[in-house]
Design a binder for this molecule. Structure first.
Ligand SMILES: [Ca+2]
Length: 389
């Protein structure tokens, strides 16, 4: 394996196992173990009851809500699970998901599952996954009778993805994120437009490239690329025509972004985080990055390294004090975290909650969180319903 790819694996290993390396700021979880919480971050534990809806997972990665008691849950190790009225059923007829087979890096595999906006009438479900060729793909199938029919790949990228989320735009097209690539395919990086990693793609529902996608410098035609310079975007949502995403920095530098057409989001030219050896990322100053790239609407530094996964904006939730806030899992801290843009407050809503991969709101206002198994062999990963106490 080329040395550069080996280095990427090492850096991913540090991201996957915080505390395993004594890089600056990574030793303790902020707010515990004597490490202080940074300014602007507070403990605000939910008055909540947690109830297990489904269990038996290793890494449940994404949840899609079909109804109060009906869910689709993707499991990173290549399963899509239908949960209805407490019954848990693994769906058949779907492709193999390829996991990066280097413990503890269980990345790739199945990523996001997403209902087409007209699911009620067309029954279409979309799945982002890394296939046996190590490339990220988006497939769709007809799920109208609750079995998998007519699975077809609609987008086949040219690179691996550490994690991919799907969200639907008001124009009927969808966005799909594609995080850092690397092993075993070459990774030219997020600034190289011909490479699909480190990008957000915009596609028609049939996977074709919309003619009004950006035409970047040096190109003559639009491609799937809608925005670039992303490191690892594992949260994505569209609300009121605005696209929000969160993304992992390296050691800190986690970001909340508003995604603009054709935007360069800066990785690896500039970051508010640090490299794993504690050195700055890139040569750009913040002022230069503000000129040349799109800066995040909110960023957290190396003193609050989260590794955000999933993204929801609470509205009419069981926790009205947090309506209007964004919420996600902080993998590196094993917490549910919220950020309220109205007050610029970051809050820890659930402590010692496990590695939360995704968050959703049910029609009743209750929240759902997915959390990794504490032991992959034991398969004790769960879907948990969070209601007000
Ligand atoms: Ca950025």
């Amino acid at each position: 394996m080329p040395a550069r790819l080996g280095l990427l694996l090492v850096s991913l290993a540090l991201a996957a196992a915080p505390g395993a390396a004594q890089a600056p700021g990574s030793g303790a979880i902020p707010g515990t173990d004597g490490a202080p919480l940074p300014d602007g971050v507070e403990h605000a534990p939910l008055e909540a009851t947690l109830q297990v809806v489904a269990s038996g997972f290793r890494i449940p990665w994404a949840v899609e809500v079909l109804g109060e008691d009906e869910l689709l849950v993707s499991e990173r190790f290549g399963q899509l699970v239908h949960v209805r009225d407490g019954e848990v059923r693994t769906l058949e007829g779907l492709p193999t998901g390829q996991i990066l087979p280097v413990p503890p890096l269980y990345i790739g595999g199945y990523n996001d599952v997403s209902l087409h906006p007209q699911f009620e009438t067309n029954g279409l479900v979309y799945l982002a996954y890394v296939g046996s060729d190590y490339r990220m793909a988006v497939g769709r199938f007809d799920f109208s009778d609750r079995t998998v029919r007519d699975f077809e790949v609609v987008f086949h990228s040219n690179a691996f993805s550490i994690g991919s989320r799907i969200a639907w735009l008001d124009d009927g097209h969808f966005l799909v994120t594609q995080g850092m690539a690397g092993y075993p395919l070459p990774d030219p990086g997020a600034q190289v437009l011909a490479n699909h990693s480190g990008k957000i793609h915009r596609l028609r529902a049939d996977g074709s490239v919309p003619p009004d996608n950006p035409v970047f410098d040096g190109a003559t035609e639009p491609t799937s690329v809608w925005s670039y310079g992303h490191r690892d975007t594992q949260g994505l949502l569209v609300e009121g025509g605005v696209v929000y995403s969160n993304e992992h920095g390296p050691l800190g530098g986690d970001e909340l972004n508003v995604i603009e057409r054709g935007g360069n989001y800066g990785w690896p030219l500039f970051s508010y985080g640090l490299n794993y050896d504690g050195t700055p990322v890139g040569e750009m100053t913040e002022a230069e990055a503000a000129e040349a790239t799109v800066l995040p609407v909110k960023a957290w530094g190396s003193e609050f390294n989260m590794a955000p996964s999933g993204l929801v904006r609470l509205a009419g939730s069981a926790f009205p004090a947090w309506d209007g806030a964004f919420a996600w899992g902080a993998l590196a801290q094993r917490r549910l975290v919220a950020y309220d843009p109205a007050t610029d407050r970051t809050a820890i809503l659930l402590e010692a909650a496990g590695r939360i991969r995704d968050v959703a709101q049910l029609p009743s206002g209750a929240l759902l969180v997915l959390r990794d198994a504490t032991d992959l062999e034991a398969r004790d990963g769960e879907v948990v319903r969070v209601t007000a106490r």
